[in-house]
Write a protein that binds this ligand. Sequence first.
Ligand code: SF4
Length: 299
Amino acid sequence: MKLSGLHFLISYQCTHECDHCFAWGSPRQRGTMSFAQIRDLLEEAREMGGVESVYFEGGEPFLFHPVLVNSVKLASEMGFSVGVVSNAYWATTLEDALAWLSPFADALADLSISSDHFHLGQKDRTRISHAEEAARLLDIPLAKISIADPNEAEGRKGMLPEGESAVMYRGRAVETLAPAAPKRPWTEFRNCPHENLKDPGRLHVDALGNLHVCQGLSVGNVTEKPLAKICEDYRPAEDPVLGALLRGGPAELARDLSFEMQKEYADACHLCYETRRAMQSRFPQTLAPPAMYGDLSWE
Ligand code: SF4
């Protein structure tokens, strides 16, 4: 595996519990990466070579602002292109947004702000404007992440406006949005449409050390094995979950693991996620952590 991007899920904690969140972000989540954990992993990534960009996300990474600031600065000094994903809950006024963002000036290559009705809602959209203006004044490149309302997207028959993405039915979206979504026969979902499972260029690492190729699909744990060794030893065809996904997508995964399927699912991720959630106790190392499957009982 040749890794070019490493994303730090600093915590699953968030200010919100959005319906579409793949990571089950919530104020009720626990666990946070320490600066030491992040620094060690940045050093491992640099030594390994090939990693060009790092992202800090969550959950909501601004909840841990001092750790985030130090991590962004260090990663930038180490030569990585650095991005942060946030819901801009902190941009209460322009003055406050400038205070929150100014420590990142000259260190951030991308500030991605979630801007859709799932996040702050229409009433709080001024926060997005404050974040945008503060980023402009500080010369921080800003991008907006916008997930289309599935009901509206259905009405437009899949023609989403530029800049909007469709909901992927995994994580909390399986419980909150999938029941009302239009469905297709399970036999149609014969490949993974969003991740390169054979040779992933990007992985997400969480506070527990899990390295995710997709949310809740772990290829190893950095507290048990060095990052470079996990990448070197990556043999997805030999893993019962990844191997089945590579052979025939979520349909093959469900069939191969004898998952008691329904006839129809909202998309490939919906079938994949439901199958994986049901198989967690069989494959606890690959299907980790429980928090990615909605288990918020951290104690
Ligand atoms: S949920 Fe499954 S099908 Fe969807 S992107 Fe992840 S691995 Fe692929």
